[in-house]
Design a protein around this ligand. Structure first.
Ligand code: ADP
Ligand code: MG
Ligand code: MG
Length: 250
């Protein structure tokens, strides 16, 4: 079993404080949904944990299985078992999707990966995600539709098999069929060895990936934690009631 422990995490971007003390404990086997209005720091949390240089951690800790993530380089964080599916996956012209994936797998596992084994697994995963056949040979994310990029992030997830994954709005830009495929593929991964943080605005992805915990983030902090009942409440009432209930202004 793995545990990610985030304690009083405070993060600045270009001198502006975005995260104001985030506390969160995620065990493998668990699914933590983080919901919240736009611009409250959800993606900042994801980027800071992965070590994006623009995000300066000014206080707090993030520990994955007794290893201090904040002292690690980006590639070390990935090797330690953390994974981020990005809200806006970037294009990487000149690098084919399958080459990228094989290199990433080599880097993360620290082992040489035989081409035959790799292709076999890659094709199986691509098929599970009902991806187009030409995808492995195309440059990473180049000309991919929004939905194809999201599926490709999940293909990486299935290939790399991290301990804890942060999935940042993997539901945005997906039609209902794609949403179901992506949701079911992530859900199938949940095990005593794998847990995830699911950042989302919408209830619909949570129909396929059932959260064990639901957190509401407002203005750089997790202000409320509960179970699935929070999702319906947010879906029908937005976030205004949170403000009233907690007596906070944002
Ligand atoms: P969310 O994911 O909850 O919508 P973000 O974490 O993306 O919110 O953004 C939180 C705040 O930080 C916003 O005010 C946003 O404009 C700012 N921010 C995020 N990333 C950057 C960046 N790379 N440069 C400058 N400001 C940023
Ligand atoms: Mg957003
Ligand atoms: Mg975001």
């Amino acid at each position: 079993m793995s545990t990610l422990k985030i304690n009083n995490l405070q993060v600045e971007i270009e001198g502006k404080k975005i995260l104001k003390g985030v506390n969160l404990v995620v065990n493998s086997g668990e699914v933590h949904a983080i919901m919240g209005p736009n611009g409250t720091g959800k993606s900042t949390l994801a980027s800071a944990l992965m070590g994006h240089p623009k995000y300066e951690v000014t206080e707090g800790t993030a520990i994955l299985d007794d290893e201090n993530l904040l002292e690690m380089e980006v590639d070390e964080r990935a090797r330690s078992g953390l994974f981020l599916a990005m809200q806006y996956p970037a294009e990487v012209p000149g690098v084919t999707n399958s080459d990228f994936m094989r290199q990433a797998l080599k880097a993360v596992s620290g082992k040489d990966v035989s081409l035959i084994d790799f292709i076999f697994k890659y094709e199986k995963n691509a098929e599970d995600l009902k991806m187009r056949k030409d995808l492995p040979h195309r440059y990473l994310n180049e000309g991919f539709s929004g939905g194809e990029r999201k599926r490709n992030e999940i293909l990486q997830l299935k290939t790399l098999k991290p301990k804890i994954a942060i999935l940042d709005e993997i539901d945005s830009g997906l039609d209902v069929d794609a949403l179901k495929i992506v949701g079911n593929n992530v859900n199938d991964m949940i095990s005593p060895e794998f847990g995830c943080i699911l950042i989302t605005h919408y209830q619909r992805i949570l129909d396929y990936i059932e959260p064990t915990h639901v957190h509401i983030m407002i203005d750089g902090k997790i202000v409320l934690t509960g179970g699935k009942e929070l999702i319906t409440k947010i879906d029908t009432n937005g976030y205004e009631w949170v403000k009233e209930e907690l007596g906070i202004d944002f």
